[in-house]
Design a protein around this ligand. Structure first.
Ligand SMILES: C[S@@+](CC[C@H](N)C(=O)[O-])C[C@H]1O[C@@H](n2cnc3c(N)ncnc32)[C@H](O)[C@@H]1O
Length: 327
């Protein structure tokens, strides 16, 4: 418990130390994966992963631009042998916040120990069902998350909501939060870029079902403090989801996504040709022009995670504090 409290204080002081620039960066640490999820195309691209030294340089550059929260994604981050070194560089050397997202298929207590020793502060396991059928449906990963929490790491699950699992979401939420773990969700949609698969039918079409679910998420958030999506997102206009009409701002980088080869991406769906190591700051005209051009041609999306980073209200800050107290 002492470690958890110490880590919460570390997280707060590291966030406060960010005085400029985008607070969070998402690293596609590898595009290799041991799973093939029906809604995900993140791994279907041939680019070569940066090596350890190159990632360290990228992390240093992002840190100098103000990034303090590094979410490590992919592909499956745990298949990289140097994952502990990368986490340690973010947390122990740079004093920033490492956050790892994994499918947990090759996670073990020993690996969690090594991640905790490397200074990991947030750990998320993908969990789309508790039925033990299909990918990411093994409820026993919750035992591993409980173990990670005993090592001082703040833990959550994330569920991609789609046509086939929407009815099961309240049960997953109840089970996850009953164990004191944060419950997060993302809505599947087909954007047509590098990330989401093109199965348009997976998208939830039933607006009433979606609204009922969001209302349950809201009340469970107030009751337990363990539901991650922001209040603003859970109250937002669902028209944006059915039309996928939301666009990210071009003049401001609320978050950064870095491709596995070091290129900057406006979001996980589209990559620019600008490598982080080739520019001095985010005002470089090559990045600004390419981001603007990509956003202009993009038809829009409504990924909750991006919307939430751009629209952070005071209520959401208070509710995030509530979550930190409850976890
Ligand atoms: C791409 S995975 C990478 C990390 C790791 N392999 C995992 O499965 O957690 C990161 C998260 O994105 C989610 N995801 C993948 N494709 C998605 C999509 N089309 N829409 C929403 N979320 C998606 C995954 O389920 C996972 O929770």
């Amino acid at each position: 418990m002492k470690t958890l409290l110490r880590n919460k204080l570390k997280i707060s002081s590291r966030i406060i130390s960010a005085s400029k620039g985008p607070l969070s960066g998402s690293l596609f640490i590898t595009r290799k994966c041991n799973l093939n999820c029906p809604y995900c195309r993140a791994i279907r691209h041939p680019w070569k992963d940066l090596n350890t030294a190159e990632w360290i340089e990228v992390i240093n550059k992002l840190y100098s631009w103000g990034v303090r929260l590094f979410s490590i994604t992919g592909g499956e981050p745990m298949i990289r042998k140097d994952i502990y070194e990368i986490v340690a560089h973010i947390s122990l050397t740079r004093k920033a916040i490492p956050w790892l997202i994994s499918n947990f298929t090759i996670m073990t207590r020993e690996k969690i120990d090594r991640l905790a020793d490397a200074g990991l502060l947030f750990l998320t396991a993908s969990l789309d069902s508790l039925s033990n059928s299909g990918v990411k449906s093994d409820g026993s990963i919750l035992n591993l998350l409980e173990y990670a929490r005993s090592r001082g790491i703040i833990c959550s699950t994330i569920t991609v909501i789609h046509r086939d699992n929407i009815d099961e979401i309240p049960d997953i939420m109840n089970e996850v939060t009953r164990r004191g773990i944060i419950f997060d969700v993302g809505f599947y949609q087909n954007v047509g870029g590098l990330f989401s698969a093109s199965d348009a039918d997976l998208k939830v079409k039933d607006r009433q079902k979606l609204e009922r679910l969001r209302s349950r998420l809201r009340s469970h958030k107030l009751k337990t403090g363990l539901v991650a999506p922001s209040w603003k997102f859970l109250k937002s206009d669902l028209q944006m989801y059915s039309e996928m009409s939301w666009k990210c701002p071009t003049q401001k980088d609320a978050f950064l996504v870095i491709n596995n080869d070091g290129r900057l991406m406006p979001c996980q769906e589209f990559a620019s040709s600008v490598n982080v190591l080739d520019i001095d700051n985010l005002w470089d005209h090559r990045w600004r022009q390419q981001k603007a051009a990509i956003v202009k041609t993009c038809s829009g999306c409504y990924y909750g995670c991006y919307y939430q980073k751009v629209h952070m209200s005071p209520v959401d800050v208070l509710l995030d504090l509530y979550t930190m107290l409850k976890v």
